[in-house]
Write a protein that binds this ligand. Sequence first.
Ligand code: SF4
Ligand code: ZN
Length: 347
Amino acid sequence: MNEIAAFCQSLKKDFTRREQNPRQPVHCWSEKEGFDGMVADAYVIILRTRGCSWMLSSGCTMCGYFNDSMFTRVSEEDLQAQFDNAIQHYKGEKIIKLFTSGSFLDSSELSESVQRYILNSIPSNVEKISVESRPQYITEERVIGIKETLSSKEFEIGIGLETSNDLIREHAINKGFSFQDYVRAVMLLQKHQIKVKTYVLMKPPFLTEKEALDDCILTTKETKRYADSISLNPTNVQHQTVVEYLWKRNQYRPPWLWSIVEYLKQSTSFTDAFVKCDVVGGGSRRGPHNCGICDKKVLDAITEFSLSQDKSTFQNLSCDCQEKWRDQLNLETLSFGSFVDFLRWNP
Ligand code: SF4
Ligand SMILES: [Zn+2]
């Protein structure tokens, strides 16, 4: 195990697990989503499983999803009860997103019979189902099994590639798989007409704001052949992560909302994929933010673009803090480290 993996593992050692009810999902809610050129409703269910297998061995530097995990095996009966409880609140949404804070296709989180039970219980009027998985669980056998269960629905698998750069993925994110692993999984999904959503991470630790923005743009270019849609995930500071460790020591700042806007504005010129961005914790010190004055306006424009793909939503955005953001892009490498967030730092 390399140093960054060992560090990720060590941060979970003194983690106090909360009492969790294994028969209730982590959360479920309804949200808007771009679908077939329109805006549709999507019902999101997050199931509480044992947790991501990669997290149990070390985990990614920015990921605090384990805060929602059980860490022990959850019985098939309990997992089915979680889904049954969640689906009671379903209100006819066209899209269902089934997340686990890990991999839906990992049989040590959800056995194949639980996966089948859930997919067979999806209401008949749902038109699209979306799940997430690390590439190693995407096998021909599993893909054929899914196609047999869901022949008439659109199925999408989201893969957390984060970056096309293997060096950054290994040393700054500790992701535990390569670009080639992603490509292999995507080829298999394309062969079986399953859609691919690629998650791109904006601002892993150890990268400057400019390096992070350039990496997102390059990743989007290099996944042009592979991604049907791109979901940009700007880093937020989650508990007991390497990112939090650095942030508490003034060595990490979450990305500027201006960097997200810049990426989204440029993205349509180098990919045909549908590009969206859900900003978790937007406008807070732990989340992607600007100066505090313009944050709401910029976040609204990002949400609007994510539904419409219309770049004109960014047309009238401006704020004095844009100059500070530009300074950071130009000067940060000279400062030998991440710029401290003086603008909103309030110890
Ligand atoms: S980001 Fe995904 S792969 Fe990494 S530890 Fe979290 S759930 Fe697992
Ligand atoms: Zn501002």
